[in-house]
Design a binder for this molecule. Structure first.
Ligand code: C2E
Ligand code: CA
Ligand code: CA
Length: 626
């Protein structure tokens, strides 16, 4: 029994063992099954990934090249073959250095043989750009990156990713060029290629900012061409351009490397010397430039010459600014021009003193004009046939507290530069109308009054209104008022001439007299005379004073008188100083004269007494008329 039990137990245990064995086997099988499934899916995933990698690599737009460390290609994609224009089988196994660089940039066979990538070289961490060559020889810009990987068997490889960026580079170049061109045009003069005004001021400013220890003197020359307009007028603008280019070259060839030449106006140039040493050295430079400019230059089949005037000034670093230095060269230039052109003037102590004085004088004059404190004198005109005083011309004077009486020839140019001629002339006009009113009141109603009108007065918007208002207020006849306009104003600057002509016509249409002043020396406008709506001319006093001495002056005056008589214009001879001249004029048909022989200009309060004297004692006048 025991045996039976034991056998039974044993068999039960056996069955249990078998069962458990069987059970374990089954679990194992299931596990295996699961493992197999996992591996399969893994494989599928890996295969998919490999497929994706392959797609990415083979079909990428960027070229991909896998190389050994000695640069032989082990794999490449279609894109790379396309970029460099070679079939893949001509690339595999070779070092691309043999064929990919421009010929003059290809390394020697030894260099290629010895080449090794160094995976630790940090330069490979950046994108690189290099000019490459295709199989057909054409060049392109290759932008590439290089990285390094170990393969499954532990071998190092270089992986190159390349892209043809030629269009982008070309566009960048074009943009850069355009930007450079714009920057160039913003700082250069088109015609001569010299620096323009802005670039010059910039350069000058920087030079002047350098501390005195670093430089000696900063020198500036301001060059202005003499009679440039004549070249333009006689030969046309292309000759003018040739002259400007000639001057630009003459100046540029006289400069040190550190200097700068600029064109700052139509026919105005500057030269900056950042370290000139002394005022004498600057003066010497100016002379060299002046000599070179004066050398003849060719234009078409002509040899032309031009000269220039130069103003020079220098300053120590850190002591002044470009505007001040320019003002100084301007002043020196102005003096050079006035002393007869083709000159060099340097802004030295003496000129500085003059400049200070003149600047002060200008501000005094501006004050005198603003406060209407200029004086006026009156010079009579006289009719030789009737023996009557015709009227008076109003002439401005400046009574300076220290200098005494200053003549208009001295201060009118200053007023003109200050832009105050219009205001000055309105003052003369007012004074003229007041004098005429006083004459009327004193019983000299038949006397006329004249005043001089500058271009600024003609252009003054209030001129005619104020004139009309003035005559109305004073009860003055318009025909008794004469406006004298210089011949050079009426026929001057072409751009203004037509508007001046219009004002002259308006004046005449309004009933005033208009006389052309200083006639015969300016533009010899005999032919134009009929076009202008003037009522008379005043023959210039230089012609008049010469009629007894100089045949030409005599003939010109005779013609003018004839023409005026033909056209029905008044004709007045000014500057008559002697009886002989007066007699001659009378015999030529000119009756009305003005000049020292009749009277010098009279102070305001001397006018009436002078006239009253003539009434009682006309001997002097009767003498001529008789
Ligand atoms: P202008 O209009 O030709 O005036 C005549 C000038 O000749 C005056 O000089 C006068 O004093 C001078 N003169 C008169 N008779 C003789 C003579 O027999 N011999 C000589 N040698 N000279 C004589 P002034 O007053 O110095 O004026 C010079 C110029 O200044 C004037 O020449 C005129 O163009 C201008 N001017 C004078 N006053 C004014 C003004 O109020 N406005 C404007 N715009 N210009 C003026
Ligand atoms: Ca005059
Ligand atoms: Ca005159």
């Amino acid at each position: 029994m025991a045996f039976f039990i034991a056998t039974l137990v044993a068999s039960v245990i056996g069955v249990m063992l078998l069962g458990s064995l069987l059970l374990r086997n089954r679990a194992h099988t299931l596990q295996l099954q699961a493992d197999l499934d996992g591996t399969r899916q893994d494989l599928i995933r890996q295969l998919r990934e490999a497929e994706h990698f392959r797609m990415a690599c083979e079909d990428a737009n960027d070229g991909i090249v896998i190389q050994t460390l000695d640069a032989r290609v082990v794999w490449t994609n279609l894109a790379y073959s396309r970029i460099i224009g070679r079939p893949i089988d001509q690339i595999i196994g070779r070092n691309p250095m043999e064929f990919v660089f421009p010929e003059d940039d290809t390394p020697t066979p030894e260099e290629i043989r010895d080449f090794r990538y160094d995976p630790d070289d940090p330069t490979y961490d950046h994108l690189q750009l290099r000019l490459n060559r295709r199989a057909d020889g054409s060049l392109f810009w290759n932008q590439h990156s290089i990285s390094f990987r170990k393969s499954a068997v532990g071998e190092d490889h270089a992986i190159l990713i390349c892209r043809d960026v030629t269009p982008q580079i070309e566009q960048r170049e074009r943009l850069k060029e355009a930007r450079n061109r714009l920057a160039y045009e913003a700082t250069h003069d088109n015609l001569t290629g010299l620096a323009n005004r802005a670039a010059f001021l910039d350069f000058c400013e920087q030079a002047l900012q350098r501390p005195a220890e670093e430089t000696t003197f900063i020198g500036l020359l301001h060059v202005d061409l003499d009679r440039f307009k004549e070249i333009n007028d006689t030969h046309g603008h292309s000759a003018g351009d040739a002259a400007l280019i000639h001057v630009a070259q003459a100046m540029a060839s006289s400069m040190p490397d550190t200097g700068l030449v600029g064109r700052v106006g139509g026919d105005e140039f500057v030269a900056v010397f950042p370290d000139i040493g002394s005022l004498d050295a600057l003066r010497a430079k100016a002379r060299t430039i002046s000599t070179k400019v004066a050398e003849p230059f060719d234009w078409n089949d002509h040899r032309l010459t031009i000269t220039c005037s130069i103003g020079a000034a220098a300053a120590e670093g850190g002591t002044t600014d470009p505007d001040t230095l320019l003002l100084q060269t301007d002043f020196a230039l102005y003096k050079a021009k006035r002393s007869g052109r083709n000159r060099v003037r340097t802004y030295d102590e003496r000129l500085h003193k003059r400049h200070t004085q003149e600047t002060y004088r200008a501000s005094e004059l501006a004050d005198a004009i603003d406060t209407a404190s200029l004086d006026h004198v009156f010079q009579p005109t006289y009719d030789m046939r009737s023996g009557r005083v015709m009227g008076f011309e109003t002439l401005v004077r400046w009574t300076h507290p220290e200098e005494g009486t200053i003549r208009p020839d001295e201060f009118l140019p200053i007023a003109n530069e200050l832009g105050l001629m219009g205001a000055l002339d309105l003052g003369s006009m007012t004074s003229a109308l007041e004098r005429k009113h006083a004459l009327d009141m004193a019983g000299f109603r038949e006397m006329g009054i004249a005043f001089n009108a500058s271009a600024d007065l003609l252009a003054h918007p209030e001129f005619i209104n104020r004139l009309v208002w003035g005559v109305e207020a004073g009860g003055i006849r318009r025909t008794d008022v004469t406006i004298e306009v210089l011949e050079t104003t009426a026929f001057g600057d072409a751009s203004e001439t037509s508007s001046h002509a219009a004002v002259i016509r308006d004046l005449r249409d309004a009933g005033f007299q208009v006389h052309l002043d200083d006639f015969g020396v300016g533009y010899a406008g005999l032919a134009h005379l009929a076009q202008l709506a003037v009522t008379g001319v005043k023959i210039d006093r230089t012609l008049i004073s010469n009629i007894l001495l100089d045949e030409t002056s005599f003939k010109i005056v005779r013609k003018i008188i004839e023409l005026c008589n033909d056209l029905g214009l008044d004709v007045i001879a000014e500057g008559v100083e002697t009886r002989d001249v007066a007699d001659k004029l009378f015999s030529m048909g000119c009756q009305v004269i003005q000049g020292y022989w009749i009277a010098r200009p009279l102070a305001e309060d001397a006018v009436l007494p002078w006239l009253q004297d003539r009434r009682t004692d006309g001997s002097h006048l009767r003498l001529i008329s008789g």
